[in-house]
Design a protein around this ligand. Sequence first.
Ligand code: NAD
Ligand code: 6OD
Length: 487
Amino acid sequence: MQPTLLNFINGHAVTAASGRTFDRLSSADGTLVQRVSEAGEAEVAAAVAAARHALRGPWGTMDIAARANLLHKLADALDSKTDQLLRAEIADTGKPVALAQGLDIPRGAANFRVFIDMVKAAHEASYRTSTPDGRGALNYTLRRPKGVIAVICPWNLPFLNVTWKLGPALACGNTVVVKPSEETPTTATMLAQIAKEAGIPDGVINVVHGFGPNSAGEFLTRHPEVAAITFTGETRTGTAIMKAAAEGTRPVSFELGGKNAGIVFADCDFDAAVDGIMRSAFLNSGQVCLGTERVYVERPVFDRFVAAMKERAQALVIGDPMDPGTTFGPLISQEHRDKVLAYFRRAVDEGATVVTGGGVPAMPTTLANGAWVQPTIWTGLDDSASVMREEIFGPCCNIAPFDSEDEVIRRANDTRYGLSTTVWTQNLARAHRVAERIDVGLVWINSWWLRDLRTPFGGSGLSGIGREGGEHSLDFYSETRTVCVKL
Ligand code: NAD
Ligand code: 6OD
């Protein structure tokens, strides 16, 4: 077993004064991965104080070129530590090595590089104003850091998510206190340590461990010296955080849940659509906010599509996350597995036909205590079924037939979430029409989760508040000041 994972405050590993710890168990086999020191109110206050100090001192006063230089060093250091980060991320999440290697870990350095370059290139507006004396005035804007940012992260993409927030937050000159998920505390802590080694001043990145209510998450979001909160996680947690943020009128950026539709028209490239919907339903064992748990397929290709999905789901390789051939890992925890299996049972109660899966796979004895479930496909669920309306966050989807464009748009929009949709068609005019009429923040045509980090990312309704990505991140992580100079 590893030594206890400590909080990281003002450049140092810190044991909580209470001595309280919690255990992180392996998703894949149930063994103890890590004992973690749980921050109390005192450690959270120390982390915020360190961040305030770094903001007033070395970081806040640093020239932008020097700050960019240090952050580039950090990005290079992350690239050089890929193997260590990969092993830690897999131990925490159980995700297959091929996935973590191809997606999660490379996004760390990329998330820093793209925002450093954007901040360096960001333009500031200027306006000339006429005045009665004829001499005029010059107005211009300055972007200033917002202050200490609370960064609250979920467990599904731990390293991708924390760097997605820290890249722009730090590039804009803020300092941060991160509260990673209690399920996946390791890579955020490694990031803080690597940043110190890369020369980022103490106090710029602080990490506190713990849970939400009455623990580090709540202590952090309630702290009066936190200037803004960026949160990714469940919609109902967002509601609790918003209440905390109301005290002191602190701004929030929320990336929340989804109940996303995949729409497959009969004129699609069939094989590409099957590939795309397979990824969107089963990547990361369905634990992706952008995943499609509702799939609508135009009737002429419906039976063929269901058959192809069944064959492909049954061919997923379930097994040891460290095996490069594994394509399907466990869920994050036994608790989450219980929730997903309850939905599997409820789907049947609500009238689903189980096309494949629906239970727990037989695993070798070494993995028997992991949080495994089968990739699962249903047909026959009514759009009003609770399984079709609530986010499950597991490897499952219902496939339903549709007969017209208007019908499928109405059904896709029949949800209080509004995160993303993936549409498969070779008809260009239809693709644009549908993209305009689907009420979500992100529409992918003939693709899914294809990212350009400069584009806005986020959702509406229960899926979130605001957008991050590109200039939207710069707007959230900075305050714009207008300076007016009388000439
Ligand atoms: P969660 O909301 O349970 O937890 C997220 C984080 O919030 C954790 O660090 C947790 O400790 C903390 N937290 C919980 N209660 C809190 C409170 N009262 N105050 C402060 N912090 C609190 O979410 P999860 O189960 O870790 O992640 C899965 C959810 O995240 C899914 O709903 C998924 O859709 C969503 N998600 C959304 C996006 C997106 O970009 N829209 C991305 C990833 C995950
Ligand atoms: O791609 C991203 O930048 C991002 N934040 C993805 C989040 C996925 C949700 O699970």
